[in-house]
Design a protein around this ligand. Sequence first.
Ligand SMILES: [Zn+2]
Length: 234
Amino acid sequence: MKKLLLFIVLVAFPLLAMAQASGGQIRRPGKKQSISNSRRSVTPSNSVQKLSCPDGNHPHMIDLGLPSGTKWACCNLGASTPEQSGNYYRWGETKPFKEGDTDATYPYKDVDIGNTIAGTKYDAATANWGAFWRMPTENQMEELMHNCTYKWITLNGVKGGKVTGRKCGTIFLPASGCRDISNGSLNNVGSMGHYWSASAKDGYGGLCLYFFSRTWYWGSNSLTRGYPIRAVAQ
Ligand SMILES: [Zn+2]
């Protein structure tokens, strides 16, 4: 029985997770990044039915039992509850992308700011929440996907993905849609989630997490799209 369980965890689950991935440029699992444990850890919860916030003073740092020890924020950048969308950002911008902004206002269209902006002056999480927080790297995003389960739920009237660690912890990612490149208008609210990572790839754009009612997957898109950001703690 133990061998069977081990097989399910080590072999069957990763295969299932990869098989579920669909859509644009899908990326294979990357190497796990070693992140040291941070100082304000939230006590893990064994409940998979509720979010892991200990009280109403968001944002919290949530322990999902990830191999690297990375802790994820309980809410989006600019949000004050887990189900709020918060702000939308174009990749590398630290000020929100708002209704009426056009593609022409994106400051890095012809400026190379590098392919990894975590913790730099282009990191919106660090700029707005301080050095303790960062945009998740590609490795951290992949670690989340490969070590947690995903379920489409409605939380306080908001649709989105419930992400539950295998060992502990639950966070909610609202399906906040995205802001359109041309005029900043909102699309796909309630039907799609798009979240930036701190990583980009030449020829692909920014790497991001996508999800909808059926599944979540990993892809890329134009840096000038406005997506929410879910930070990780350092
Ligand atoms: Zn919280």
